[in-house]
Design a protein around this ligand. Structure first.
Ligand SMILES: NCC(=O)N[C@@H](Cc1c[nH]cn1)C(=O)O
Ligand SMILES: [Zn+2]
Ligand SMILES: [Zn+2]
Length: 483
């Protein structure tokens, strides 16, 4: 059995199979990218469901027992309620002598349109210079498939998978994982009862070095609606005589943060966990090339002037980003309109020890106070969604030892220990509700452009990442058993 063999003997045939089947793995990624599973657009939830079905079918073909679990309904602002896409829960045959690993991932994506500046159709996976371009290539279809292919590799090479495996795959992550927290609570005593480790691969490295991730920021998403006249108006006719909704909105949005990036909502920064010396030291060893990163994203300078400052701003301090204005005139040309109703959209990334419910209250109160000072006749409505908590794990947990060994086996280097600025809405729930060890094992490159135009994963990362997951199963099975 694998438990008595040296790692290289076990892993070599697996790695060879992965190398030899890489074109099939890329082709399957193409089939998945072609499904427009954009969860932010309710009209595309059918596509989300299609991809969840494809995932379920693939898992069944590999021998898993699969359930498409109901996650309830979502209440729309109109009062109507709509059924949420289900969640794929899969489990392979269980051996009580093996540790149990549960992988969580998502198959929904952010929106993508050619006119946003994509070089090729975002839903047609395109390979150029060793990179596989397409929406969801790295976030998160590529990594989800890499886990499936790692299992397939063991089966195809007739090696016993050395861990018990469970999969939880959803289609609503990009909009806050609606319904998933409740499902986890409901299944805590059943599906999760025998799980030892939960692993997520939904982020990217921070440099060219592989990484293990032990924290994510939380997030609350806000909608600030300002409603004025009952119809859009001619700015030449009415301009100067009415208080315009857009002017109110811009003032509200402008009150949220200053030019240094500091969030100006009273009380919001007070909860932030103080920086300890031990934590500060962790940042010293991380590789991060400021100059390269500036070139890559096309900025002249960052708000901080050193590596530690930038990474801390991304991982351990809150931030506020303004995303867009619905109802504003945004087409090319010069329409001289006064929009009657506009909705500003922004989100606040949160860190330990911030609480989304508290942040949401503070933000709403701040906006209402600013608006009241303007004495506007317009109507202000502020609502929020997502409400995801930050997550931080203990990187000394045994799962991180297995992760480190797997990285070493595939890439020949030690991984960096990093945190992540984006949000996995369910990560903190996994840890709090199930009490299990949670780790993120990313395979995406630092320049993959999650959520951006021309998102990609490199063929190298996709294929080596598949090997990493195959090696991780093995290394996890080699950890000393609990006394
Ligand atoms: N790959 C993780 C990711 O992109 N998560 C989203 C989740 C989210 C947060 N607020 C709304 N959706 C992210 O933007 O971090
Ligand atoms: Zn993701
Ligand atoms: Zn994402």
């Amino acid at each position: 059995t694998s438990s008595s063999s040296p790692s290289s003997t076990v892993l070599q045939p697996l790695f060879q199979y992965i190398d030899e089947h890489q074109d099939e793995f890329v082709q399957r990624l193409g089939e998945w990218v072609a499904v427009k599973s954009d969860s932010s657009d309710r009209a595309l939830w059918g596509e989300v469901q299609t991809l969840l079905n494809m995932t379920a079918d693939r898992l069944r073909e590999m021998g898993a027992q699969v359930e498409l679990a109901d996650t309830g309904t979502q209440q729309l602002s109109s009062g109507e309620s709509v059924s949420l896409p289900p969640v794929v829960l899969a489990q392979f045959e269980r051996d009580p002598n093996k540790p149990t690993l549960c992988f969580y991932g998502h198959v929904d994506v952010q929106p993508a349109k050619m006119e946003d500046g994509w070089i090729a159709d975002p839903y047609n996976l395109t390979e150029r210079d060793g990179n596989l371009y397409g929406r969801g290539a790295t976030d998160n279809k590529g990594p989800v498939l890499a886990w499936l292919h790692a299992v397939e590799t063991y089966r195809a090479t007739k090696q016993e998978v050395p861990v018990n495996l469970k999969f939880i795959i959803e289609g609503m992550e990009e909009v806050g994982s609606d319904g998933l927290d409740e499902l986890i609570r409901l299944r805590n005593e059943s599906f999760f009862s025998d799980v030892d480790y939960i692993v997520i691969s939904d982020n990217v490295w921070v440099s060219r070095r592989p990484a293990l991730t032990y924290g994510t920021r939380g997030s609350s998403y806000f909608f600030v609606e300002v409603e004025g006249p009952k119809i859009d108006l001619h700015s030449g006719v009415f301009g100067g005589s009415i208080q315009e909704p857009m002017t109110d909105l811009i003032a509200l949005l402008g009150s949220l943060l200053d030019h240094t990036g500091k969030v100006l909502v009273p009380g919001l920064n007070e909860a932030v966990a103080p920086l300890t010396e031990e934590e500060r030291k962790l940042y010293e060893d991380i590789h991060y090339d400021l100059e390269e990163m500036k070139k890559e994203i096309g900025v002249k300078h960052f708000l901080q002037d050193n590596k530690e400052g930038i990474l801390m701003a991304r991982w351990r301090y809150p931030s506020l980003s303004i995303h867009g204005i619905e109802g504003a005139f945004s087409d090319p040309g010069s329409k001289t309109v006064i929009p009657r109703r506009v909705i500003g959209k922004f989100s606040v990334r949160q860190v330990p020890n911030m609480e989304p419910a508290v942040v949401e209250r503070q933000v709403k109160q701040h906006l209402q106070e600013v608006f009241a000072r303007h004495k506007s006749p317009n109507i202000l409505t502020v609502s929020s969604s997502v409400g995801a908590k930050p997550w931080v794990a203990d990187p000394r947990d045994p799962q991180y030892i297995a992760g480190r060994k797997a990285v070493k086996a595939v890439f020949g280097v030690e991984p960096e220990l990093i945190r992540e600025g984006s949000t996995i809405p369910i990560a903190a729930n996994f840890q709090e509700v199930t009490g299990k060890s949670v780790m993120m094992l990313p395979i995406g490159g630092h320049d993959d452009g999650e959520h951006s135009q021309n998102e990609k994963i490199s063929r190298y990362n996709y294929i080596q990442g598949t090997k990493l997951f195959a090696a991780f199963f093995h290394e996890l099975s080699q950890l000393p058993k609990d006394p």
